[in-house]
Write a protein that binds this ligand. Structure first.
Ligand code: HEC
Length: 414
């Protein structure tokens, strides 16, 4: 393609992105008047929104538009990279595009929680747990993300994320967008194709007319430390990366979710400075290698991702069917179990006594869900036998005595 054509295409694409962002803001603002961002009211206000006119359409548009934005803004970064658009003096355009993608992604991540359904809450709980599992500053980062002074999902998390969704992210966006606008319109190097720039909007509009956005069952406090959510499509490569490293060593997951995405981001951020040192082909190969990595780990380890519409409720494993749950707890056995729990590496991911999310969920509420010691024993030996999508490593060789003790400890209040 001729350079001028590429220039026009990129200019058109960035105008299209800005139009979509502006419409997303308008839709978000409209919805915010009907939505209440507290655990008590979020889900019921979402139900009202989905049952109302024109609210339902606007909400669906907001949902589909967000997905299109992520894909489009990423594609924009890829095209800019292939066209060498990161080279000086185009810093602002490059960083503006990265910022747009980053914002689109964070809007999606935070927005996913707002309906406060099981999928949203459990996804956020997993994200907090993953952050807390990082060996350096994990707890601090998780506290920052989860709000309410805790490193795990809590009552305050929804309000915290809604604030980010409504105020902080739009602010960051404005900075990024202004950078892009500034470059594109002040220099007037190339003109965009205005008609073409409007076309991408037709995708979310038509999707919104025909396919409603998802809304699952209302989350309860029990979902705050359940990790059963199916992976969302946009976290699918990260999930694959987590699982790939988990399969190498049970405490290496953070390399997949922290180190590698961190290196990828760092590469994109310093690219304008690297560009003097490495050839274009080197840049493309490095970028291609990251893409290939995320694609492969996604395919081989990412598992099935949540449907884009419907309830997306986590698939609940087989529930205990025996009456064993009603049996009184053997306190002496449970006390031994507690020691086993802390000595056998469980506390590495579940915190001492299972009270803290550190890659795995806190377990202090599991007794309200699973009361049967058989369930625990089977789960610990082979988590996938009870929860198909489980990311916990199994302990197939653990002695029966320890399994029984740990099960006794976990199946009662502790
Ligand atoms: C490498 C980190 C890691 C280690 C080590 C680990 N777990 Fe887990 N565990 C997880 C993750 C992640 C989940 C959430 C996924 C799921 O629910 O299947 C989980 C879930 C669980 C659950 C299910 C909670 C529920 O409510 O359904 C139990 C019970 C549990 N772990 C017990 C243990 C015990 C006992 C040990 C030690 C023998 C242990 N775990 C070791 C990561 C870990």
């Amino acid at each position: 393609m001729k350079a001028s054509r590429i220039g026009t295409l990129l200019a058109t694409s960035s105008t299209a992105l800005l139009i979509q962002f502006v419409l997303q803001f308008a839709a978000g603002w409209y919805l915010s008047r009907a939505y209440i961002g507290t655990p008590d009211h979020a889900h019921s206000t979402m139900e009202l929104i989905q049952g109302g006119t024109p609210h339902a359409f606007i909400s669906n548009f907001h949902y589909w538009g967000s997905a299109v934005l992520i894909l489009h803004s990423f594609l924009h970064v890829v095209c800019l990279l292939l066209a060498g658009g990161y080279r000086p003096p185009h810093y602002l355009r490059w960083y503006g595009s990265l910022a747009l993608f980053g914002c689109a992604y964070l809007f999606q991540v935070t927005g996913n929680l707002l309906p406060f359904d099981k999928h949203g809450v459990q996804s956020a709980a997993i994200e907090g747990g993953i952050a807390a599992g990082m060996p350096v500053l994990g707890t601090q980062v998780a506290e920052f993300l989860m709000g309410g002074g805790q490193a795990a999902f809590n009552e305050q998390t929804l309000g915290h994320w809604y604030l980010a969704h409504r105020l902080l992210l739009p602010f960051a966006f404005v900075l990024g967008a202004v950078g892009m606008f500034f470059i594109q319109y002040s220099r007037r190097e190339v003109k965009e194709n205005r008609l073409l720039a409007i076309l991408p909007i037709l995708i979310p509009v038509s999707l919104a007319i025909f396919i409603p956005g998802p809304l699952g069952s209302r989350a309860s406090e029990l979902d705050y430390n359940q990790y059963g959510a199916l992976v969302s499509w946009y976290t699918w490569p990260l999930h694959g990366s987590l699982q790939a490293f988990n399969s190498i060593g049970s405490n290496l997951g953070w390399i997949g979710t922290g180190v590698i995405p961190g290196l990828f981001t760092a590469f994109l951020v310093i690219l304008p400075f690297l560009s003097k040192r490495i050839a274009d082909s080197g840049v493309r190969i490095t970028f291609g290698a990251f893409m290939l990595y995320f694609l492969l780990v996604g395919i081989f380890f990412g598992g099935r991702f949540a449907p884009l519409t419907g309830t997306r409720d986590p698939i609940v494993g087989e529930e205990p069917k025996t009456t064993l749950g009603a049996l009184p707890i053997d306190a002496a056995l449970a006390a031994k179990g507690r020691d086993f729990f802390n000595a056998e590496g469980c506390s590495g991911c579940h915190g001492t006594d299972g009270k803290k999310a550190q890659g795995g969920p806190a377990l202090d509420n599991t007794y309200k869900i699973h009361t049967d010691s058989e369930w625990y024993i089977a789960f610990i030996k082979d988590p996938k036998s009870k929860k198909a999508g489980s990311t916990m490593p199994g302990f197939p060789n653990m002695a029966e005595e320890k399994l029984k003790g740990i099960a006794e400890y976990l199946r009662g209040p502790h």
